[in-house]
Design a protein around this ligand. Structure first.
Ligand SMILES: Nc1ncnc2c1ncn2[C@@H]1O[C@H](COP(=O)(O)OP(=O)(O)OP(=O)(O)O)[C@@H](O)[C@H]1O
Length: 375
């Protein structure tokens, strides 16, 4: 059982603030993912929670108790480091078994228990054929799995996984995403997991914390984040290709508010019109995710009530397995990126029409970059 809370946590390395005023609460048994670009402060956060890095200010609280000054060994946490941190002189078997041989646990497990447990976790991670080797005889991906195995062999109060599958090949990564989630769910161990990959975050996290330059931009379930990203930068972190963004202005005509981008007016949902007026923001950045834009053969009048509409020339097509990314240039020189399924025929130079729902647009304040639809 572990509930973990960070209150205004700061980590400074000299002049650099790696983690800034970080506050969040993780529920017991939850898998919380810290998602952010390299350098966002994910590892520093995990290391402070594990106690291997000191906290510059703020509090780390576990089950209601401030643990800032607790020694790592007193925290009952297992951490898989991004840098593996294996013992070079020990075999893979002994590296994995290491936590079971600590003075506290050695009494608890017989040699047969240890063998069984190492075997189980090694099979799970497909490294059972490597047990006799030394770390220097392993590839990066194999070392990463040994580091993960050493963590999984324990049943601590909290798992801390720092990009635990980043260096594995795509197939194994996909399998392990599902399996690790299952492993965590059946044991109900509170877990903090870091990644730079939004698909991994979305598929694994009960909730996700989006970090950027040490600052928490948003915390929530992936649907909440995808439907209303709180900050413009999130559009680049959780979407590939990135969210389409256009500089625009809030205009009012015929009793309704819309966004003017060059010569085009885009409608916004009627229920947020008052909110937009109330925000007093004039200059905005309109965002729309590529996945929310639908190419259509014809635009029906009735669909225009709830949708926006653009027409443009296909400038470039990029293949991505089962889908293709289209770059569309409108007559007003706006470039839209959208995705279409592989089956739909399309050619460079073709003129196509696209729809996107009013409720799917995002409106960010040009100055603060915050989503004013959430205020
Ligand atoms: N020991 C250290 N000394 C000085 N600066 C550090 C140290 N550790 C991390 N940093 C800096 O702190 C910032 C945050 O680093 P951190 O490793 O926490 O980010 P991250 O999100 O985990 O990145 P990655 O995905 O690359 O692991 C970076 O600018 C990094 O260069």
């Amino acid at each position: 059982m572990a509930e973990i809370e960070l209150r205004k946590v700061v980590k400074k390395y000299g002049e650099l603030t790696a983690v800034n005023d970080l506050t969040f609460k993780e529920k017991d048994g939850e898998l919380l993912v810290l998602l952010g670009s390299p350098g966002a402060g994910k590892s520093s956060t995990l290391k402070m929670i594990a106690g291997v890095e000191s906290v510059s200010s703020g509090e780390i609280i576990m089950n209601g108790q401030v643990i800032n000054r607790f020694d790592p060994s007193e925290r009952d946490m297992a951490m898989a480091f991004e840098t593996y941190a294996l013992y070079p002189h020990l075999s893979v078997f002994e590296n994995i078994a290491f936590p079971l041989r600590s003075p506290k646990r050695a009494q608890k497990y017989s040699e047969d228990d240890v063998k069984k447990m190492v075997q189980e976790v090694a099979e799970f991670l497909e490294i059972e054929m490597l047990l006799e080797r030394k770390p220097k005889e392993l590839s990066g991906g194999q070392r990463q799995r040994v580091s993960l195995a050493r963590c999984l062999i324990r049943t601590p109060q909290l798992y801390l996984f720092d990009e635990p599958i980043a260096h594995l090949d795509a197939k194994l990564r996909h399998r392990l995403r599902r399996e690790l989630k299952k492993w965590q769910q059946t044991r109900k161990i509170t877990t903090l997991y870091t990644t730079t990959d939004y698909l991994e975050a979305f598929s694994m996290g009960d909730r996700i914390v989006i970090l950027n330059r040490g600052i928490l931009l948003q915390i929530g379930k992936w649907e909440e984040i995808y439907n209303r990203p709180a900050h413009l930068i999130i559009g680049t972190i959780i979407s590939d290709p990135h969210m389409n963004t256009f500089l625009g202005e809030i205009v009012s005509a015929e009793d309704k508010i819309s966004i003017q981008v060059k010569d085009i007016r885009f409608d916004i949902p009627s229920e947020i019109q008052n909110q937009i007026i109330g925000s007093n923001v004039k200059e905005v950045i309109m965002g729309i995710f590529p996945s929310k834009i639908q190419p259509v053969d014809r635009v029906e009048n009735k669909s225009l009530k709830s949708n926006n509409y653009v027409e443009g020339l296909v400038e470039f097509i990029e293949s991505r397995g089962s889908r293709r990314i289209i770059f569309l240039k409108t007559p007003h020189s706006l470039t839209f990126t959208l995705q279409i399924p592989l089956e739909r025929p399309i050619r460079i130079g073709e003129n196509i029409m696209c729809l996107f729902g009013k409720e799917n647009i995002q409106i960010f304040d040009k100055d603060t970059k915050k989503n004013i639809m959430r205020l």
